[in-house]
Write a protein that binds this ligand. Structure first.
Ligand code: DX5
Ligand code: ZN
Length: 235
C-alpha cells in the first residue's frame, strides 16, 4: 500500500527525455534530431551489457553519433555490471550525464565522484525493488536520481505504480537536505497518464521511449506531457 500524501516542494520545470531505445535503428541520427526538433529537454540513451540486464543495446559509438547530430544534452543510462570500466569511453563520446546503478558491482561513491571530476553530471539509478534508503548515502554527491518504473532491460513494459511512493520519499529526502535542484527522473512505461502521476509525486524528469517514438507527432506529445505534468504540480 503506497502512502503518497506527504507534503513536498514541487519542482519548477518538467523535463521530457525521449529514449532512443524505441527509435528506428535504421535511422538513429534522424531519430535523435526528431526528438530535439520536437522540443525534448535531453536525449536518453540506454546502454546494456547483456549481464547486468539480459539485453544488449548500444555503445559509445552511438553516443558519439548522437553528439554529432543534436545539441541537447545526452543522458546516458549505464545498465552495466562494471560501469567503472567504461565511464571514460562514454564521456569521450559526449555524455552530459552518466547514470550508474546502485546495484552495480563497483565502488559506487568513488565512480560517481570520478564522473564529476571528469566534468559530467553524476546520477544514481535504482531498480523497482530497491528501497530508496539504499541511495541515501550517495544522495549528496549526485545531480540526478533515476527511479526505474520497470525492470531494466527492455522498452515497452508496463509502469509499476509503487515507484510513486519512492519518488515522493526521495523528493522529501532531497528537500530535507536543501537539495531543491536535485533532478529526480523516472524511466519505464511513461506516457501522458503515468507521467502526470510521477510529476505529482516529485519527479521533474520524464523518460519515455515507446510513447514518444511511437507517436507520429512527437512534438504534440512532448508539449502535452510537459503541460499536463506541470499542471499536476499546482493541482
Ligand atoms: C529500460 C530503459 C528505458 C526504456 C524505456 O531498461 O532504461 O529507458 O527505453 O522505454 P519505455 O518508455 O518504452 O518503457
Ligand atoms: Zn533508461
Amino acid at each position: 500500500m503506497c502512502n503518497t500524501d506527504l507534503p513536498y516542494s514541487p519542482p519548477m520545470h518538467i523535463k521530457v527525455l525521449p529514449s532512443l531505445l524505441a527509435a528506428d535503428f535504421a535511422a538513429l541520427g534522424a531519430e535523435a534530431v526528431r526528438a530535439e526538433s520536437a522540443g525534448a529537454d535531453a536525449l536518453h540513451l540506454d546502454i546494456m551489457d547483456g549481464h547486468f540486464v539480459p539485453n544488449l543495446s548500444m555503445g559509445p559509438d552511438v553516443v558519439a553519433m548522437a553528439k554529432r547530430h543534436v545539441n541537447i544534452p545526452l543522458s546516458v543510462h549505464l545498465m552495466l555490471t562494471n560501469p567503472h570500466e567504461h565511464i571514460t569511453s562514454f564521456i569521450d563520446a559526449g555524455a552530459d550525464s552518466l547514470l550508474i546503478h546502485i546495484e552495480a558491482e563497483c565502488d559506487v561513491p568513488e565512480v560517481l565522484q570520478r564522473i564529476r571530476e571528469l566534468g559530467v553530471r553524476p546520477g544514481i539509478t535504482l531498480n523497482p525493488k530497491t528501497p530508496p534508503e539504499m541511495i541515501y548515502p550517495v544522495l549528496d554527491i549526485v545531480d540526478e536520481v533515476l527511479c526505474m518504473s520497470v525492470e531494466p532491460g527492455y522498452g515497452g513494459q508496463s509502469f509499476e505504480a509503487c515507484v510513486l511512493l519512492k519518488l515522493r520519499n526521495l523528493r522529501n529526502q532531497a528537500d530535507s537536505r536543501g537539495m531543491s535542484n536535485l533532478d529526480i527522473l523516472v524511466d519505464g512505461g511513461i506516457n501522458a497518464e503515468t507521467g502526470v502521476q510521477c510529476a505529482a509525486q516529485g519527479a521533474n524528469g520524464l523518460i519515455a521511449g515507446t510513447y514518444l517514438y511511437g507517436s507520429p507527432d512527437m512534438q504534440a506529445e512532448i508539449s502535452r506531457l510537459r503541460e499536463e505534468a506541470t499542471a499536476s504540480l499546482s493541482a
